[in-house]
Write a protein that binds this ligand. Structure first.
Ligand SMILES: [Zn+2]
Length: 505
């Protein structure tokens, strides 16, 4: 037998811990743990119901856009109720990597008053894994996952150059080949690094707006009869920008110009435009699915899947007019419900489904537990790793708090809270939050909202949700004081006054 002790959590989850002589079953001293590699994939803006197997929450999808992810899901544990805390890229990713909600870590998207960076008290996934001997690399597309915000901490390389998805995946293969010694790689690893586990973070905006999918998929998923002004062809969009007097030389580097020239043609009150946006988005999802298939197949052929834990998720979803807006600015299901698949080494527990709710802030403690890496003591999320090995431990009662700011420099003044199958959501233009006894009824518009009769069962449940919101805000507010970048201490005046009156602050 190898002198290296294999990952105990994984052995336990496979149910073969003591029978094979692993773990604390005998008196011999423990050899070092052989931990798995970790591949963390974030498909920015991928909403949970954009995937084929969940039957496309996008109403006019003509053809399953995700045949690969559907197959891949069968090798994974699928978390059907995975929720982001916020619909914005920077805070959402930082929550995944720190186990802290946005109110605590304080990181926001680009702001006119400047961005805080992650406080030194917080510990990121890359920092923790690097400290126990992992090689660490990231290939991202920059934007709001810019390294300086704190994302680059703990990474040997943190690539943030915007490129098309195939080029980014080529960069990913190159790093993995050099570090892991993949047979099909560009170069071989040196012998010293062969035994070191690695952590690789891959992030793409391939399905983010402006929706400019590969031509093949655009033709397949859009209606030939569409007669509106939206341009989903990158070359046409480039020509339009040029005609508008923009500097052609800056085209490739100016996301803002592309965005302006894309979105200024959208009539958000026109159902045909909304349907076309949705079709372009779906075409991008299909293109991403194809590229991901090639990448994961390459990993398999290269022997890189064998001892690798894969986590695939998204930072937030996308809205197409379900609640009066497009892109991702609100806290409804379409922007906060995200996919989460976890492929264990050896595809253990393949095809299992967990339907209890989990949050992005639970990812870090769960990953660390599965990899048998000690918790850094800074995390507020809770691990769901035991649920996989023992369904009796599943806790269906986790409270899902969403938070966002109405304007760029506002404090976190929009919120949602999901618990007991119900939803409370605070909108910028309403004094009291809307209550949906059945959160699924909030999927389109606000027709499912009710005002419960005072003294009724329903009123008691609404009050429990309101109390849960106060508790979460109070708990996060207190925790935020530990993290010096300070934005976590923001409270709008109304919330502060209410929490103080109730004794939460
Ligand atoms: Zn994003």
């Amino acid at each position: 037998m190898s002198s290296v002790r294999h990952n105990l959590w994984l052995r336990a989850s496979l149910g073969i811990l003591c029978t094979l002589g692993f773990g604390n079953c005998g008196g011999a001293p423990e050899p070092p743990i052989q931990r798995p590699n970790l591949l963390f994939i974030s498909i920015d803006t991928l909403r949970a119901d954009a995937l084929g197997t969940v039957a496309a929450g996008l109403s006019n999808v003509k053809e399953n856009p995700t045949p690969f992810l559907d197959e891949f899901m069968l090798q994974c544990v699928n978390f059907e109720q995975a929720w982001s805390h916020t619909p914005k890229t920077a805070p959402s990713h930082m929550t995944m990597f720190t186990g802290l909600p946005p109110r605590v870590h304080g990181i926001g998207n680009q702001r006119s008053s400047g961005n805080p960076t992650l406080g030194l008290e917080a510990r990121t996934l890359a920092e923790v894994l690097q400290s126990v001997g992992y090689r660490t690399g990231a290939v991202t597309s920059g934007g709001n996952v810019k390294g300086y915000l704190g994302f680059e901490r703990g990474f040997e390389i943190y690539d943030e150059k915007p490129k098309q998805l195939p080029a980014k995946l080529a960069d990913a293969r190159k790093w993995l080949a050099s570090v892991a010694g993949a047979a099909a790689g560009v170069e071989q690893a040196d012998s010293a690094s062969e035994q070191e586990p690695w952590f690789f973070f891959f992030h793409t905006y391939a399905v983010h707006d402006p929706y400019l999918p590969p031509a093949k998929y655009r033709k397949r998923y859009t209606e030939p009869s569409y007669a509106g002004d939206i341009i989903g062809d990158p070359l046409e969009l480039r020509a339009a920008i040029y005609e508008n007097g923009e500097d052609l030389a800056e085209w490739a580097s100016s996301h803002a110009k592309i965005e302006a020239n894309f979105w200024e043609r959208v009539d958000q009150d026109d159902p045909a435009d909304l349907a076309h946006l949705q079709n372009l988005y779906t075409a991008g999802v299909a293109g991403m699915d194809r590229e991901l298939r090639l990448f994961i197949e390459w990993m398999e052929e290269s022997g890189l899947l064998e001892n690798t834990l894969i986590v695939l998720t998204s930072d937030h979803g996308e809205e197409f007019g379900e609640h009066g807006m497009t892109r991702h600015h609100q806290l409804w299901d379409e922007t906060l419900h995200v996919p989460l698949f976890v492929r264990l080494p050896g595809a253990a527990h393949a095809g299992e489904t967990i339907s209890a709710p989990v949050r992005h802030m639970d990812l870090l403690p769960s990953i660390l537990e599965m990899m048998e890496v000690p918790d850094p003591g800074t995390i507020l999320g809770e691990s769901w790793a035991p649920w996989i090995a023992d369904p009796d431990t599943i806790d269906p009662s986790r409270v899902l708090l969403g938070e966002h700011r109405y304007s760029l420099d506002d404090p976190l003044n929009l919120w949602s809270l999901r618990a007991e199958g119900s939803l409370l959501i605070s909108l910028h233009d309403s004094e009291t939050p809307l209550y949906f006894p059945n959160s699924a009824a909030s999927k389109i518009g606000t027709n499912g909202a009710i005002v419960p009769l005072e003294g009724s069962e329903e009123a008691a449940k609404r009050d429990r949700l309101l109390d849960a919101w106060r508790r979460e805000i109070g708990r996060f507010q207190a925790a935020g004081a530990r993290f010096s970048s300070g934005a976590g201490a923001e409270l709008d005046d109304k919330t502060r006054a209410e929490l103080e009156a109730l004794g939460y602050l």
